[in-house]
Write a protein that binds this ligand. Structure first.
Ligand SMILES: [Zn+2]
Length: 318
């Protein structure tokens, strides 16, 4: 880690130690010409230490992440004793305002990295983050939720083969930690090329508050900043070690109808266990869904109306 506190400038703004600096990045405008800004908060301590990035709302409808960061700020946990914490509660402002995962042209910001200065809106967002913020960052947590009516049990996703990722994931100690390779053009994959470690927290469902998920994430974050040296003291409350998931698989609908789960998200399951049923809406058939593995339910579809091939349950193998 750095020996002394270095001068820091972001978007040509001098970051003063011991003071919260808010920067508004102009990312574009609405067709009405209303300017659109991304607010970024920077808290640099008087002491040297690592720089942590907290990112929410990369997918604009994944509100649990936004709320997790808001609670972190409410409890003043975004102010480090050592080093710097850069907080971006909502990256995809367009999607956030439109209740949408994507930006208005339908592009996914998390498939647009490293981005370009004058590319599509998603590409511009990615470019700004890569060029102006990531060079200052040592590591980060990117907060997500399940999409398309699917809920995720609180979990960290990262490539556990990387020792730093492993250290970060174990510091956070979410109920589950998933071995997860990076997806091309995602923030995780492009930042790892820069030598920056970004781990992903996944919990709950888009456009829905999940109090258990939010509390679990804030607790994990407390452990994280303690163990990663950003604060001097931290509390450990009855920690169960995270369950490491090496492989995952989706159970998909073999036919259309109404899906009724018999298991809850987070449940340990056995091979052959009845996980749910797909019922014909007029009562004329029933398809039983049986677990193909021993493992855990790490994600669950909450939309009862399903088509053939729809993802119903995400299962994790230990
Ligand atoms: Zn997401």
């Amino acid at each position: 880690m750095k020996e002394e506190v270095e001068d820091l400038e972001i978007y040509k703004k001098k970051i003063i130690p011991g003071k919260e600096i808010e920067i508004l990045i102009k990312i574009g405008e609405l067709p009405s010409r209303t300017p659109v800004h991304i607010p970024i908060f920077i808290n640099k301590s008087q002491k040297p230490g690592p720089t942590l990035l907290l990112l929410g709302g990369l997918h604009g409808d994944e509100i649990n992440g936004v709320e997790i960061i808001r609670r972190i700020k409410e409890d003043n946990l975004h102010i480090p004793n050592n080093g710097t914490i850069i907080t971006i509660p909502v990256l995809n402002i367009f999607g956030f305002n439109n209740f949408s995962r994507e930006v208005p042209d339908g592009k996914d910001v998390n498939r647009s990295f490293p981005g370009t200065k004058s590319g599509s809106l998603a590409s511009r967002m990615a470019y700004n983050l890569m060029k102006e913020i990531l060079p200052h960052v040592d590591f980060g947590i990117d907060f997500h939720t399940g999409g398309a009516s699917r809920t995720n049990y609180p979990q960290i996703r990262c490539d556990m083969k990387d020792p730093m990722n492993r250290q970060m994931a174990l510091a956070f100690n979410a109920p589950f930690t998933l071995q997860s390779s990076t997806i091309k053009k995602s923030l995780r994959s492009e930042s790892s090329k820069m030598g920056k470690n970004i781990i992903v927290f996944e919990g709950g469902e888009s456009l829905r508050y999940d109090e258990f998920v939010i509390k679990t994430a804030v607790d994990g974050y407390r452990r994280f900043i303690g163990k990663m040296g950003l604060v001097e003291e931290f509390e450990i409350v009855d920690e169960e070690p995270s369950i490491i998931i090496d492989k995952t698989r989706w159970v998909r609908a073999s036919g259309a109808g109404l899906f009724r789960p018999y298991v809850y998200s987070g449940k340990q399951i056995e091979k052959g266990e009845l996980l749910g049923e797909i019922n014909g809406p007029y009562g004329h058939f029933k398809i039983k869904i049986v677990s193909p593995i021993d493992g855990f339910v790490i994600g669950l579809n909450n939309n009862p109306v399903v088509n053939p091939g729809d993802a119903l349950l995400h299962l994790g193998v230990v």
